[in-house]
Design a protein around this ligand. Structure first.
Ligand code: AKB
Length: 313
């Protein structure tokens, strides 16, 4: 049985991922760690961890007997743009500590990259797996450096590193914080609570997105994949759909006909979105480890609204 340690386990992906891993591998075999203490109860082991403290990270992984490290702790794009130095220290410092922990203790390793690893000179549509990466954001700089560092730890030290480039992730469980794609989560809350939403992203701005269940399954499938079949290992393009704000509004209107969308564009987040691809090519992920998303915009919208309605009461 696997023994998995997760960093950033109270974050948007980490909180749901920890639950899924505990269902699959047993609650006691998944150690959740985060900078914050959990607000509610945890159904498995939890330890407080600042990922910039490499010594403590290694001690925790060792005393837990981990064989796998899933490193999720990071600042997202919009926050990173506001606090670039903090982003560098946390995103890169945390990653180096996590990779060193994996190297020292011989752990299998996963960390996510992002569509943020691309920039304005990257081909915008059907963005290839291997292409120009000259991002213009601190988050993007961190992500490209992180992709290269994971490749380096594999080729230099033989660490079993794996990863994907996530698009915007949409979930009804834990809200995201500080991301550029967050509008596509907020819109569902506001549709149910107020029947209207003001988008900080402009009409016509396409970005890749994915429903959280598909993102979690992608992590599990990539970690279980036969290493002999992985040519890329890190930073696989994955995506489920590409849409712009008026298209998500139309999908919501099929359930809430009076729903209204208007715009108050935030220039900072818009500039980030404009520098990212419109749509990714995920062929390498599907060929090398069978990636396939289940949800499209309509099926995600139906599920999001139903689940959120129950959650919000
Ligand atoms: C963000 O918007 O910063 C993230 C991402 C696409 O990496 N959701």
């Amino acid at each position: 049985m696997k023994k998995i340690m997760v960093t950033g386990a109270l974050g948007q992906i980490g909180s749901e991922l920890t639950g899924k891993l505990r269902d699959l591998y047993g609650a006691d075999n998944v150690l959740a760690t985060d900078l914050r203490e959990p607000a509610g109860g945890q159904n498995g082991p939890f330890s407080q961890l600042d990922v910039t403290d490499g010594e403590r990270m290694q001690e925790l992984a060792k005393s837990f007997g981990a064989d796998t490290l899933i490193h999720m702790a990071a600042l997202l794009s919009a926050t990173a743009e506001q606090k670039p130095l903090l982003a560098w220290n946390l995103n890169m410092g945390g990653l180096v500590n996590a990779l060193e922990t994996a190297r020292e203790l011989n752990l299998q390793f996963f960390t996510p990259s992002s569509i943020g690893a691309f920039g304005p000179s990257t081909p915008k549509t059907n963005t290839p797996q291997d292409t120009l990466q000259r991002p213009t954001t601190m988050y993007g700089v961190n992500k490209v450096a992180g992709e290269l560092l994971c490749d380096y730890y594999f080729t230099k030290f033989g660490v079993d590193t794996r990863g994907v480039r996530f698009p915007g992730l949409i979930s009804y469980v834990t809200p995201p914080g500080g991301g550029t794609t967050d509008y596509a989560v907020d819109i569902y809350y506001k549709a149910l609570e107020e029947g209207r939403y003001t988008s900080f992203i402009a009409e016509g701005t396409y970005m890749d997105m994915m429903y959280m269940p598909d993102a979690l399954q992608a992590i599990v499938d990539l970690m279980e994949a036969d290493p002999a079949k992985l040519n890329h290992r890190n930073a696989f393009n994955v995506t489920a759909m590409s849409f712009e704000p008026s298209q998500i509004a139309s999908a919501i209107q099929k359930h809430i006909p009076d729903f209204r969308l208007d715009y108050a564009v935030d220039p900072e987040r818009q500039a980030i979105a404009d520098s990212w691809p419109d749509s990714l090519d995920a062929t390498a992920a599907s060929e090398e480890w069978g990636f396939k998303a289940q949800y499209d915009l309509d099926s995600m919208t139906a599920d999001m609204l139903a689940k959120l309605k129950t959650k919000l009461g």
